[in-house]
Design a protein around this ligand. Structure first.
Ligand code: FAD
Ligand code: NAP
Length: 313
């Protein structure tokens, strides 16, 4: 029986492992289906993690030392996908890909979330090189420069507002003439002089060269007219898939309470509605979707796990 099973080896899972093992738990395994590191390993740079100020380092370089530090105190890594977690009595069962079953006293789930792609030409090619899904991460690279935002939901308009305080102009491209975002959010955006709404339009193509994105072509769906928007960064906010599959039970329900968008409901201690089950990082409600906050969540969850196990003893 594991003291603690951690599912996911991004910043939240690795930090949870560090705090759990350094805090004295002996039997802690992190189940990460790939190499540990998480989403940030796809980034070409990271500028907003306090204490890390090396511009020539990629997200992969950045996470390399995390692994060394986190495994130093005894955290074990199983490179396996967890299919499902259930709870029977006081303990949890993890069902791994391939049929193996593992029992654990506590579980911290940190499987992250994945921004959806819109599917236009050049999106994948220039992802991380001018096409971004994170305004907090990359907005500053466009200080006093124009940017384009794709999407018409709450995230797109909230992030457009955030960007409008940094960038010279924000062009919001939305495929319909009605916005999905809440009316107060739309009102706030419409009051900003430097946000321009381009409706009934999609991104036809993102183009550039070896140095990254040079611009985007915007197509008006009613007139088929193409507008070339040169020298812009592109932020895509067309929804997120929360990686919550591990919490899905055989009958289709979730093991713990979730909100309407599939995010795990936690309190300030990262406790879910199920005793002994914690969630941390991008998959939880109101996640800022930042490395620093995912790591913070992981530490909080691990400290709570230690306290919970002490109470059980
Ligand atoms: P993730 O990092 O998503 O890690 C989840 C892990 O769980 C993954 O490794 C995945 O393989 C694993 N997993 C999922 N399901 C299973 C399963 N069933 N079984 C086993 N393992 C599983 N943030 C910043 O603060 N600054 C930045 O500059 C920045 N730039 C970014 C650039 C890019 C291109 C991207 C994509 C993200 C960026 N972010 C940045 C956001 C940051 O990466 C995330 O907020 C952070 O990684 C979330 O950490 P997490 O541990 O919650 O989840
Ligand atoms: P969302 O509500 O699903 O909106 C996605 C937007 O992207 C929609 O406007 C959609 O257009 C557009 N879109 C989807 N696929 C596209 C494609 N391939 N090409 C071009 N456009 C595309 O996603 P979200 O904004 O991330 O929000 C997710 C959930 O979180 C929502 O329920 C939202 O209310 C909630 N949320 C709430 C808050 C808040 O309360 N403060 C903040 C953020 C998010 P259509 O409108 O035409 O479908």
């Amino acid at each position: 029986m594991l003291d603690c099973a951690i599912i996911g080896g991004g910043p939240a899972g690795l930090t949870a492992g560090l705090y759990a093992t350094r805090g004295g738990l002996k039997n802690v395994t992190m189940f990460e289906m790939g190499m540990p590191g998480g989403q940030i390993t796809q980034s070409s740079e990271i500028e907003n993690y306090p204490g890390f100020f090396e511009h020539d380092k990629t997200g992969m370089d950045f996470m390399d030392t995390w692994q060394k530090q986190c495994f130093h105190f005894g955290l074990k890594h199983e490179m396996k996908k967890v299919e499902r977690v259930t709870k029977t009595g006081e303990h949890f069962t993890l069902y791994l890909e391939g049929g193996e079953e593992i029992e654990a006293l506590t579980v911290i789930t940190c499987t992250g979330s994945t921004p959806k792609r819109a599917g236009f030409k050049g999106e994948d090619e220039f992802f991380g090189k001018g096409v971004s899904t994170c305004a907090t991460c990359d907005g500053f690279f466009y200080k006093n420069k124009p940017v384009t935002v794709l999407g018409g939901g709450d995230t797109a308009l909230e992030e457009a507002f955030y960007l409008s305080n940094i960038c010279s102009d924000v062009y919001v491209v939305h495929r319909r003439d009605e916005f999905r975002a809440a009316p107060p959010t739309l009102d706030r955006v419409m009051r900003k002089d430097n946000i321009h709404l381009i409706t009934d339009s999609v991104i036809e193509e993102a183009y550039g060269g070896v140095m990254g994105l040079d611009g985007v072509k915007i197509k008006n769906l009613k007139t088929n007219e193409i507008t070339d928007m040169a020298n812009t960064g592109l932020f895509v906010f067309v929804g997120h898939n929360v990686n919550n599959g591990v919490l899905k039970q055989e009958d289709g329900s979730f093991l713990c309470d979730m909100n309407d968008w599939g995010q795990v409901i936690v309190d300030l201690s990262m406790k879910t509605s199920i005793k002994g089950l914690f969630a941390a990082g991008d998959m939880r409600i109101q996640a800022p979707k930042q490395v620093v906050s995912a790591a913070g969540d992981g530490s909080v969850a691990a400290l709570q796990v230690i306290a919970y196990i002490q109470e059980l003893a």
